[in-house]
Design a protein. Structure first.
Ligand code: PLP
Length: 384
């Protein structure tokens, strides 16, 4: 079945009891049991809830995971935390150098307290992955495209190196979504998402999703989901499903507008560099073309003069100055002081995240309105 159909009819797309075509919101914490020790299908909503389960089945379907092997969490970070509960004190992880700031903070300030070790690696450079592997390395964790520099890692080759050394490959697929990229099919073991972004798609819900095609991993992640308890509630599970139904049409529009924005920026004299994997000038455009069916809607760039970054974003009117991404509306932010402020300056700069880097989440408004907004902000800069 094509993903465009799966988005709408995949997972559990209707209520088996009543035939309701929208899965009901099962707003219940517990379930009547038939007799002592004889629960029905569900016992308690931390361990399982039908609305959440419908969403979990849907994401498993979309990522090419296995039914029953997907899990929904209260946020993307809650999902990442549950995944890293798989590891033990003394285990070592290779962490992409350009990941969401909150993911870095989780490693640096929380997981290390539990004894996990990590090395930061530019995963778009396969030799660096190979070189950083130690005897106690257990996993390769990366984003592709990455946040905020839109770096592309060759997933097939990266996962093959990991497999050779008995490491798990864990991919944050938030930026691409399963509509444009399926990491499990390219060799990843676990795929996760901040569902808050494109999957939800309307900037109205915070959620995390994790899926795998490996039974042992699924059992363990399911165990930690229940044991830690950071589950997604039924209302938010329903909102996620509603958002996902329109993912294909939204992603096509995001991509179309992002292309137009990236081209405008690439041709503007005030712009120093543009990062968008869809541009043929992107370092790893050819790999992106092979492993993705589209390039999504995130564009980052720097101006020739770093000090112009703040006045520029403040001059924008349609692009809303806000954290997060992936909603229907266009957003703008400066990673160094917003989404990636928790990454120390020297680590940010080593990864190439300059203080003046600007990140756009290009929405699905009328493209020319977005281009006009950028142009008027450039004009205001000139008149300063
Ligand atoms: N992964 C990526 C790529 C993100 O951009 C974010 C948040 O911005 C997260 C994970 C964390 O997700 P959440 O904010 O839903 O906890």
């Amino acid at each position: 079945m094509h993903i465009q159909t799966k988005l709408i009819q995949g997972g559990i797309s209707e209520d088996p009891t009543t035939g309701a075509v929208s899965v009901p919101i099962y707003q219940t914490s517990t379930y009547r049991q038939n007799a002592v020790g004889q629960p029905k299908e569900y016992e308690y909503s931390r361990s399982g809830n039908p609305t959440r389960f419908a969403l979990e089945e849907l994401i498993a379907d979309l990522e090419g995971g296995v039914r029953g092997f997907a899990f929904a969490f209260a946020s993307g970070l809650a999902g990442i935390h549950a995944v890293f509960s798989l590891f033990q004190s003394g285990d070592h992880i290779l962490l992409g150098d350009d990941v969401y700031g909150g993911t870095f903070r989780l490693f640096d300030n929380v997981l290390t307290k539990n004894g996990l070790e990590y090395t930061i690696v530019d995963t778009s450079n396969l030799a660096q992955i190979e070189e950083a592997i130690q005897d106690n390395t257990k996993a390769l964790y990366l984003e592709t495209p990455s946040n905020p520099l839109l770096k592309i890692t060759d997933l097939k080759a990266g996962a093959a190196i990991a497999k050779n050394h008995d490491l798990l490959t864990i991919v944050d697929n938030t930026f691409a979504t399963p509509y444009f990229q399926k990491p499990l099919e390219l060799g990843a073991d676990i795929v996760l998402h901040s569902g808050t972004k494109y999957l939800g798609g309307h900037s109205d819900v915070v959620a995390g999703l994790v899926t795998t095609n490996n039974q042992e991993l699924a059992e363990q992640i399911g165990y930690y989901q229940n044991a830690i308890g950071s589950v997604l509630g039924p209302q938010d599970s329903w909102l996620m499903q509603r958002g996902i139904k329109t993912l294909s049409v939204r992603m096509e529009e995001h991509q179309k507008n992002a292309y137009a924005v990236a081209e405008l920026l690439a041709n503007h004299p005030e712009v120093e560099a543009v990062y968008y994997p869809g541009l043929t000038t992107h370092n790893n455009h050819e790999i992106a073309k092979q492993q993705m069916s589209g390039y999504s809607g995130m564009v980052s760039f720097t101006l020739k003069n770093d000090a112009d970054a703040i006045p520029f974003v403040e001059a924008l009117q349609l692009f809303i100055l806000a954290e997060s991404l992936g909603g229907v509306e266009s957003l703008v932010e400066i990673p160094s002081v917003m989404t990636h402020a928790s990454v120390p300056k020297e680590k940010r700069e080593k990864a190439g995240i300059k203080d003046g880097l600007i990140r756009l989440s290009v929405g699905i408004e009328y493209a020319q309105d977005l281009l006009d907004d950028l142009n008027q902000a450039f004009t205001q800069l000139k008149n300063h």
